[in-house]
Design a protein around this ligand. Structure first.
Ligand SMILES: Cc1ncc(COP(=O)(O)O)c(C=O)c1O
Length: 420
């Protein structure tokens, strides 16, 4: 008892822990996430040494080690040799989400999620440029300023294509954007005020965190399980803080790859309705219709926004996408877009619409599906023993490294070492 009291006196963080729970290490990792969300733990804070915390809580060292590993896996903490475990987020104001690597003849750049190269893309672009060049009426139209929400004909064409692909939507619910990243920024800039909070899976798309930082929003990480964001953890967070927006990637969480079941989506919608949250669904990572569940905007149209982008099916340099939103939010979104750039360039929309109308986009999606299947099979052959998590249409996979490997060590691994 005296050891426990002494240890408690020395612990800089003493979580509340209900010892009747089955998986104590998960409960501890959840409590850590909740304490970060509540501001009790701040970026840069050190966690107590593992032995000390084990003594203070009266649990085994193994429980604490597993909890710390789980927290690191969720991206809440980072462990550095010699300086223990700290809460993440102080190294730089900017999350590392942009990695255009320098070209290197000996390496393949795996740091960006890009569509699979195919010379047909350049050919399709040449065809659509030529068609546009030979159409004086269309040329005159794209030279003119466009409405903030985007050219109506283009929105109608995109709505038709999306509806044909089981994403039923009408043109008046769409605002055109310069890609998915812009849609993320637009939604949060227009609808959330500085200082308000947005919440997402603990491990999420870094570009979303970058937007939250740029706009001075609080970003709160929510504990996850094999299906992504846990509704009970979201609810607990909502009881502690006012949250305005829940950011989700239900088909294919980037980077960890979980897909939400229908019941998980419905449970999250229920919490969102109870606490009046907006839901922002980022669907930039395109998924085939028969591999998708129900989008949140079909389940809760009154509070859900949906991001579509052509970056993963045409190519990232085109910078074209759309945000679906309830029409009552459109005036605020349009005002924000106008303040940023007046409108998306009509010429880009015109080119994309030609790709959609001609069937070129569908041809690329089908071709890419065959390629991705082969790559996924190769991944299983090479790393199957380590159970990589990957969506069938995924360009990336998530690998849980066996101990004692760390991502930073693996990525610098000398060629002759093998993963054990
Ligand atoms: C989840 C997610 N959102 C947004 C983006 C950015 O999309 P875009 O290239 O259309 O701006 C990406 C890019 O990889 C992404 O993975």
């Amino acid at each position: 008892m005296r050891i426990q009291e002494k240890a408690r006196a020395r612990c800089q963080w003493l979580p509340a822990l209900d010892k009747n729970q089955d998986t104590l290490y998960l409960a501890l990792a959840d409590q850590l996430a909740a304490d970060i969300a509540a501001g009790i733990l701040k970026p840069g804070d050190s966690l107590p040494p593992q032995r000390l915390l084990a003594d203070a809580l009266g649990v085994t060292l193994g429980t604490i080690s597993r909890a710390y590993r789980e927290a690191e896996r969720r991206g809440l903490t980072e462990a550095k040799v010699g300086s223990g475990t700290r809460i993440r987020g102080v190294q730089s104001d900017e999350p590392k989400f942009h990695h255009l690597s320098k070209a290197d003849a000996d390496s393949i750049d795996l740091s960006l999620s890009i569509p699979i190269p195919n010379p047909a893309r350049s050919e399709y672009l040449a065809i659509s440029l030529e068609k546009l060049a030979n159409n004086p009426v269309a040329l005159r139209q794209v030279l003119a300023y466009q409405p903030e929400q985007g050219n109506l004909q283009q929105r109608e064409m995109l709505a038709t294509w999306l509806t044909q692909h089981q994403l039923t939507v009408s043109a008046d619910e769409l605002i055109l954007t310069e890609g998915g990243q812009h849609a993320d920024f637009l939604a949060m800039q227009a609808l959330i005020r500085p200082g308000e909070a947005v919440a997402s899976a603990a491990l999420t798309y870094p570009g979303m965190i970058a937007v939250a930082r740029q706009l001075g929003l609080k970003h709160l990480p929510i504990p996850t399980d094999a299906q992504g964001i846990r509704p009970d953890a979201l609810e607990r967070l909502c009881q502690q803080q006012k949250i305005r927006l829940l950011y989700v990637m239900p088909e294919y969480n980037n980077p960890t790859g979980e897909q939400m079941s229908e019941s998980r989506r419905l449970a999250l919608v229920e919490v969102a309705r109870r606490y009046d949250l907006l839901i922002l669904e980022d669907a930039v990572q395109y998924v085939l219709p028969d591999q998708r569940g129900t989008p949140f905007y079909h389940l809760a149209p009154e509070r859900s926004l949906y991001i579509f982008s052509v970056s993963k099916i045409i190519e990232g340099g085109i910078r074209f996408g759309a945000l679906r939103a309830p029409t009552n939010l459109m005036p605020r979104l349009s005002a924000s877009l106008r303040a940023q750039c007046w409108s998306v360039p009509g010429i880009v929309g015109a080119l994309v619409c030609q790709w959609l109308e001609s069937g070129h986009v569908d041809a690329l999606i089908d071709w890419q599906w065959q390629e991705v299947k082969q790559r996924q099979a190769l991944l299983q052959t090479l790393l199957g023993d380590y159970s990589p998590i990957a969506h069938p249409y995924g360009f990336h996979a998530w690998l849980n490294l066996p101990e004692p490997w760390r991502a930073s060590i693996l990525s610098k691994k000398p060629k002759d070492k093998v993963l054990r």
